[in-house]
Design a protein around this ligand. Structure first.
Ligand SMILES: NC(=O)c1ccc[n+]([C@@H]2O[C@H](COP(=O)([O-])OP(=O)(O)OC[C@H]3O[C@@H](n4cnc5c(N)ncnc54)[C@H](OP(=O)(O)O)[C@@H]3O)[C@@H](O)[C@H]2O)c1
Length: 280
């Protein structure tokens, strides 16, 4: 294995933290970076870019939600001879018109570096570490996808695939769609959370419920309507087609949503409600 470090961006976040852990388990030399990491990296502070990239062999590239991957940063990585970039992207970005991630993919593809793109479906961890955590705590989630089935994927699997592609060969120029082992509706996923935690969990799959949920936290207008349009496009795509990339690349089955939820509950991710009787 190479002794040049692998730069892991977003190393304090849900994805990057797990990528770093999987790389450590493979005894790969890593350089974790973010605004709060020992190697300070800030998308908004160009002076942090070159020190983070200097002497790096490969890179796990991610940007937090809403933050673009600056093409100048990718070009700098190529100038500094980063050999291989593994980009965290998302499923169906053409369909939902996610210009941020489409541009990120484009920048990586034309960088001149070897690249691999990981197009992940909804992370399971959205429910305890991410944007749906508050909804779980409130017992009510609104996502305007009706009963459309999604390929919820465990970030442990995404990170394991990232670590594999960052340390192995044969992944150059590949775009891997990463899903879990089952396509589930949001209602089914909420039922699993209710089952393992004993917390009551209601799901609303319509657009008006989504508007109402966001209005209740002071969000309305154009940005919410844009999200509803994106969700409508995703709904029109129909049920997610499952991918075999996780089992193929890892040589083991992808982790189920139930396993994720049971482990998260057992680790105390969601405080129990009084009198709850979950069955983790
Ligand atoms: N949620 C999903 O279902 C899903 C599915 C597919 C793809 N994705 C993609 O996954 C990404 C989100 O990943 P995540 O869940 O791991 O995010 P996250 O948990 O929110 O972590 C964000 C990371 O970025 C760092 N960060 C924040 N602002 C920064 C800045 N200005 N400069 C440098 N680093 C910064 C944070 O650390 P510091 O605070 O220490 O800087 C943290 O390490 C997004 O691009 C999203 O599109 C999400």
């Amino acid at each position: 294995m190479s002794t040049t470090p692998i730069l892991v961006l977003g190393a304090t976040g849900s994805a990057g933290r797990r990528v770093a852990a999987h790389l450590r388990a493979l005894a790969a030399p890593i350089r974790p970076a973010s605004r709060r990491s020992a190697t300070r990296f800030d998308w908004n502070d160009r002076s942090t870019w070159e020190p983070a990239l200097q002497g790096v062999g490969r890179m796990f590239l991610m940007a937090p939600d809403g933050v673009p991957v600056d093409p100048d940063f990718v070009a700098l990585a190529a100038d500094l001879r980063v050999e291989h970039i593994v980009l965290l992207s998302s499923r169906a970005i053409e369909t939902i018109g996610d210009q941020r991630l489409l541009r990120a993919e484009e920048a990586v593809k034309k960088s001149g570096c070897a690249w691999t793109i990981l197009r992940a479906d909804w992370f399971d961890q959205n429910f305890d570490e991410g944007p749906f955590r508050q909804a779980v705590l409130a017992g009510e989630l609104a996502v305007p996808l009706g009963d459309c089935r999604q390929g919820f994927v465990d970030l442990e699997d995404v990170a394991a695939v990232a670590a594999r592609t960052l340390t192995g060969s044969g992944h150059t120029g590949r775009c891997y769609e990463l899903t879990g082992p089952q396509a589930l509706t949001f209602a089914e996923v909420c039922a699993v959370i209710q089952d393992v935690t004993g917390r009551p969990m209601r799901f609303h799959g319509g657009e008006d419920a989504y508007r109402a949920a966001h209005a209740s936290v002071g969000r309305s207008g154009a940005s919410v309507e844009r999200e509803i349009t994106a969700y409508a496009a995703l709904r029109a795509l129909g049920d997610t087609e499952l991918s075999d990339a996780v089992p193929r690349l890892l040589g083991r089955p992808a982790r189920t949503f139930r396993r994720y939820a049971a482990e998260a509950a057992a680790h105390g991710s969601w405080p129990p409600t009084p009198g709850a009787t979950g069955t983790p």
